[in-house]
Design a protein around this ligand. Sequence first.
Ligand SMILES: Nc1nc2c(ncn2[C@@H]2O[C@H](COP(=O)(O)OP(=O)(O)OP(=O)(O)O)[C@@H](O)[C@H]2O)c(=O)[nH]1
Ligand SMILES: [Mg+2]
Length: 219
Amino acid sequence: MGVRLIEIKAGILADNRKLAEGIRSRLKRSGTFLLNIMSSPGSGKTSLILRTIEALGSSCRIAVIEADMDSTVDADKIAAAGIPAVQLRTRGFCHVEAAMVEEALEALSPGDLDLVIIENVGNLVCPAESDTGAHANVVILSVPEGDDKPLKYPLIFTVCDVVVLNKIDYLEHEQFDTGAFRRRIGRLNPRASVCELSCRSGAGLGGWLQWLEARLAGL
Ligand SMILES: Nc1nc2c(ncn2[C@@H]2O[C@H](COP(=O)(O)OP(=O)(O)OP(=O)(O)O)[C@@H](O)[C@H]2O)c(=O)[nH]1
Ligand SMILES: [Mg+2]
């Protein structure tokens, strides 16, 4: 399956909040759930998306909006899994804005989709500041990044609905305090769920899929 590439121009980045609200309500009416995944580079966004496609792809019509400063590497992986993928090449932009999502959706015919997943640009700062129009926001933190990240990058952990702790297969090699991490999340965002999993081994993926399926059903 081919990947469509969209170049982002500065002129379309206006009135983000209004556009985001418009996307959210329009997609809700058409029964399409929009999920925004944020994390540092390499924490496992693409891996979680591929695992989700593997588990739900036969029962749920999924498409993916990939955002990267450059390259179509991740979108190519999604397309190779047989799922429609749009690559937003954000150039200087370090996050996804609603106007970019709007353009990507035009290329995807969302009326025929149950779930559209945005893989945001990899970093823990800028994506937190911009509403993409998503119905739910996910933050992934991977074990090797350390349990102190909610202390250093609090905003992103306050704007999410679920925190995925990925790469738990590294727990035995790292001094990662899961209890302290959960307490830090709880203080910042008591309503956020926490799912501990490994995209590598598949451990814990059931909890993530349960969370996602409940949200899809509640749209
Ligand atoms: N050990 C281990 N490795 C993992 C796990 N999940 C992902 N990885 C590896 O971590 C690396 C980065 O994973 P990606 O899914 O590409 O991460 P990403 O967040 O999409 O990265 P960017 O798109 O560059 O921001 C890859 O080599 C994955 O195979 C996991 O649970 N355990
Ligand atoms: Mg990726």
